[in-house]
Design a protein around this ligand. Structure first.
Ligand code: SF4
Ligand code: SF4
Length: 432
């Protein structure tokens, strides 16, 4: 059975006669039909330590060897649900001679951390994947679409390859004045770190406009960096470009040093993750909130002028929920919206499914197509529909476009995908 490709059922070998001899009585016993189904023999004995020696030389990748094959990680792996994947399967590949540095499986993990949640041996794909990918990149094995993103990030400071001077273009028709620190550098309470998809993607821009209108109406003192903003770079790091990430850390922190602010607020769980976990390791510590964490305590100040009469389900972003433990703030906000009925999907909170965008997956949909039966975002959209949702609510800038595409490609156009900020903005009566 191939590993890390589309699911292929093993060949069933029906036995003509299936009887076994009892070692105690010597009698022959005919086995019932379910035991009569045998699969073709699998080679389990040809293993080598060579692959692990190579991995162990990569700081961070050592824990793959700790796997003892319990198999807990495979059923929780979102990629395995649409293909053949999981740490155990990667471990087996290395054991049987596959060089991960040249294997497509290296690029399928979204670093969602669902396997780490259940692994008794703490096999840590969040450390393994960046280390293996970094080495693969050095050997010249990197999917072309990812290489393009790395180059765009290096040249323009954003993954989309967009003009840095147009970072703040979305603010013009937001309906309010958005302060840019370079133009008006006096101290500010909230530095709104917009990140790439809310700055440049048309659907992200709608959420960004909604968010600044909400902050404005709540009296939050905020400003943005505008053209000076560069991506925080966490997904590039997880996709294997540690050098690029380190250089972004230096550039971003040098920009931040020029201004006085109390806290950074970002809509991007990936940026949030790096700012609270990776930037401090490199000497840069900030007070950081996800935008839902800023807004949730301000619910009593929100004035609603309308209702949203809809069944809404919420997709937990892996890097807000499972990675950083925030499950409540988005739910409190949704439950505060008049008329809205929140329904939970079976896979939610700690066990939430992944949208496929993490760890570089955002840029690898065309690559992963060859190894999966459907996109993770399509799988998630079908779940939302199965739970009867009218609206799939999100709070990660990667997700609106991913899920809207998936709703179309799965024929579920009736399912609306909305950022929580858009829903609040509409119920507060601002709207676009
Ligand atoms: S859960 Fe951990 S130990 Fe068990 S098979 Fe998966 S990686 Fe190996
Ligand atoms: S981190 Fe997520 S996608 Fe990667 S192997 Fe583990 S469960 Fe699968």
């Amino acid at each position: 059975m191939p590993i890390s490709g589309k699911k292929v059922d093993p060949t069933v070998v029906e036995k003509d006669v299936a009887t076994v001899r009892s070692t105690i009585s010597g009698r022959e016993v005919e086995l019932p039909a379910m035991w009569n189904r045998m699969f073709e023999p699998r080679v389990l004995t040809e293993t080598s330590a060579e692959g692990f020696e190579k991995l162990n030389a990569l700081p961070g990748a050592e824990s793959l060897e700790w796997c003892y094959g319990c198999g807990k990680c495979v059923p929780v792996c979102p990629v395995d649900l649409v293909g053949e994947y999981g740490p155990r399967k990667l471990h087996r590949k290395v054991q049987t001679g596959t060089d991960l540095l040249a294997d497509p499986g290296t690029w399928l993990c979204t670093t969602c951390a669902n396997c780490l949640r259940v692994c008794p041996k703490e096999v840590d794909m969040i450390q393994i994947m960046p280390a293996v990918r970094e080495a693969a990149i050095q050997e010249g094995n990197v999917p072309a679409e990812l290489q393009t993103v790395f180059e765009s990030t290096f040249r323009y400071g954003n993954a989309l390859g967009a003009n840095p001077r147009r970072r703040a273009a979305w603010t013009r028709d937001s309906g309010i004045h958005v302060r840019v620190l370079a133009d008006d550098p006096h101290p500010v309470d909230v530095l709104f770190y917009v990140e790439d998809y809310w700055s440049y993607h048309p659907r992200g821009q709608q959420a960004a406009k909604a968010f600044v209108r909400i902050m404005h109406s709540l009296g939050v003192d905020f400003a943005i960096l505008g053209a000076e903003e560069k991506t925080i770079g966490d997904s590039q790091r997880l996709a294997g470009e540690r050098g690029l990430f380190d250089s972004l850390v230096e550039q971003v922190s040098a920009t931040l040093e020029r201004y006085e602010f109390n806290r950074i607020v970002t809509p991007d769980p990936h940026a949030y993750n790096a700012l609270i976990k990776e930037y401090p390791k490199r000497g840069h510590t900030y007070d950081v909130l996800h935008y839902t964490q800023l807004l949730a305590p301000l619910i009593p100040k929100m004035h609603w002028s309308g209702t949203i009469e809809a069944k809404v389900t919420f997709h937990d972003p892996c890097y807000l929920g499972r990675h950083n433990g925030e499950y409540d703030a988005p739910r409190k906000l949704l439950q505060a919206i008049p008329g809205l009925e929140l329904v939970e999907m079976g896979r939610c909170k700690e066990t939430a499914y992944c949208c496929g965008g993490g760890g570089g997956g955002m840029w690898l949909d065309s690559f992963t197509r060859d190894y999966t039966s459907e996109r993770l975002s399509e799988r998630r959209v079908r779940e939302a529909v199965e739970y009867g949702a009218d609206i799939l609510a999100v709070c990660c800038p990667y997700e609106v476009s991913r899920f809207e595409d998936a709703a179309k490609s799965t024929g579920n156009e009736d399912l609306l995908v909305r950022d929580i900020a858009e829903l609040i903005d509409a119920a507060m009566g601002h709207g676009e």
